[in-house]
Design a protein around this ligand. Structure first.
Ligand SMILES: C[S@@+](CC[C@H](N)C(=O)[O-])C[C@H]1O[C@@H](n2cnc3c(N)ncnc32)[C@H](O)[C@@H]1O
Length: 293
């Protein structure tokens, strides 16, 4: 299983979790649309002299980054690389609806922890969003990316901090529902799993890019705090994210927290997140942009 809050491992692949992750990735892009637009705009500013023509999306997931970049850079084509054939199927399925010509997108299925795929470079821009922390050896991946870029090309790394799930429940809401500190407890429990499963989550990617030989030109943290009126997809985003947490934490949550979570997720019940207008979305992303000398 892979993803935000993901249990890493190439065995025991769980299709239901992957479908839920794919849903979360699409909703991420929809709810955090302003962030993604700001990042692609920033990359356009950085490449104004020579807009990228060849883009590599590393660990593309459902391709939200691939498509946002191809919409931004009209003269570019992109290669989306992912371990999951199902994720890549979703990339291909979305291309037409995004108004992007099919021949601008190529997909490559590869396990980037194994032999690095041939024929990916040279590229002008690499986009690695929430993917490097999955790698068993991200420093090796960075060395491969340096070799895959043309001189002067850019690597954009977008990562979450060590607590990657958004906060949906305000203190007031948790108190009103009689479960103060509920999300804090969920995230503390999941942090224990992450420390073992995805130890590179929350790393100092700027330092690692520098050590790999990149000249880091930009480090920018995006503190995202959305409150009412929220994007329409927020309820579904909360529902899918909290479902993933519930599945993951089934064995470690106390009975009262489990019951509160179940009430939030019960689509027939009065507390269901899909019907709430008092959710928040509090999360952060950090973008590092490194240039190949
Ligand atoms: C959290 S998702 C991020 C997806 C996308 N970049 C985004 O920001 O929406 C991480 C992706 O990395 C992929 N991934 C994880 N380990 C990988 C590996 N060893 N090789 C290739 N892809 C991998 C997963 O399949 C998943 O699609």
């Amino acid at each position: 299983m892979h993803g935000h809050g993901e249990v890493h491992g190439h065995g025991g692949h769980d299709e239901a979790d992957e479908a839920l992750l794919a849903e979360v990735l699409d909703l991420d892009a929809e709810v955090l649309h302003s962030y993604l637009a700001e990042v692609t705009g920033l990359l356009a500013d950085l490449t104004a002299d020579a807009p990228p023509r060849r883009i590599l999306d590393l660990g593309s997931g459902t391709g939200t980054g691939t498509l946002a970049l191809l919409q931004q850079f009209k003269g570019a084509e992109a290669t989306a690389v992912d371990l999951s054939a199902e994720m890549l199927r979703r990339v291909t399925a979305k291309v037409g609806a995004a108004g992007v010509a099919e021949d601008r997108v190529r997909t490559v299925r590869a396990d980037l922890d194994a032999d690095w795929p041939q024929g990916l470079g040279p590229v002008d821009l690499v986009w690695a969003s929430a993917s490097l922390h999955h790698m068993a050896d991200p420093d090796r991946a960075l060395a491969e990316l340096l070799a895959t870029l043309r001189p002067g090309g850019l690597l954009a790394v977008a990562e979450m901090d060590a607590s990657p799930f958004p906060r949906f429940l305000s203190e007031e809401l948790e108190a009103a529902l009689g479960r103060p500190g509920l999300e804090e407890r969920l995230y503390a429990a999941v942090a224990g799993q992450h420390a073992e499963a995805v130890p590179h989550l929350g790393a100092d990617w700027g330092a690692r890019l520098t050590a790999a030989g990149f000249a880091v030109e930009t480090e920018r943290r995006f503190d995202i705090r959305l409150s009412a009126p929220l994007p329409a997809a927020t309820g579904r985003y909360a529902q899918a994210t909290l479902r993933r947490l519930r599945d993951r934490l089934a064995d470690v949550l106390g009975a009262e927290d489990s019951a509160a979570l179940a009430a939030f997720l019960d689509e027939e019940g009065p507390q269901n997140v899909l019907r709430r207008d008092d959710l928040t979305v509090v999360t952060s992303r950090t973008l590092w942009v490194g240039r190949k000398p």
